[in-house]
Design a protein around this ligand. Structure first.
Ligand code: FMN
Length: 142
């Protein structure tokens, strides 16, 4: 069974309450567990950045479902490809909302231009989205 990953960014359609985020994550995690999908989802200033990995067939199906979801719009595929091993093995979907204060503490400005970071780069082996996500996970676990 071949493993695959996909990452994208998108724009949140509307602000979700804490409760609706919790319900949404519960459903996503249950479904991902049943399909053996793992990954990470960030919400940064109204933009989602998600990375999912798992069996290629399941990833394709879930990506199609996600792309039809009205809770976000204008999905931009950042990267996808084959994987030898999982990068986020223990997370059915890690989730973190990055606050304006955290952005300011990290980059010294309040506005993080994700488009500048993720787009307009030539495709390389280490796509910037992965670097950002890995670094972020490191800060979560430290
Ligand atoms: C930003 C975002 C991320 C999502 N991530 C996942 C995910 O990782 N896995 C998943 O099964 N559904 C995810 N969903 C939910 C899907 O869009 C969809 O609602 C869910 O898979 C149920 O689809 P179904 O009713 O066809 O089973 C996500 C939705 C949004 C808006």
């Amino acid at each position: 069974m071949s493993l695959k990953f996909v990452s994208y960014m998108s724009y949140q359609s509307r602000i979700m309450s804490k409760k609706s985020i919790e319900d949404f994550l519960f459903q996503v995690r249950e479904k991902n567990k049943s399909l053996t999908i793992t990954g990470i989802l960030l919400l940064i200033q109204g933009k989602f950045v998600q990375y999912i990995e798992g069996p290629a067939e399941e990833i394709d199906k879930v990506y199609t479902s996600i792309s039809k979801d009205s809770r976000h719009t204008d999905m931009i595929l950042l990267d996808s490809g084959d994987l030898k091993e999982r990068q986020f093995e223990n997370w059915s979907m890690a989730y973190k909302e990055v606050t304006d204060k955290q952005i300011k503490d990290i980059i010294g400005r309040e506005e993080l231009n994700l488009e500048d970071i993720f787009l307009g780069k030539t495709k390389s082996e280490n796509h910037p989205v992965l670097e950002v996500l890995y670094n972020f996970v490191k800060t979560l676990s430290s």
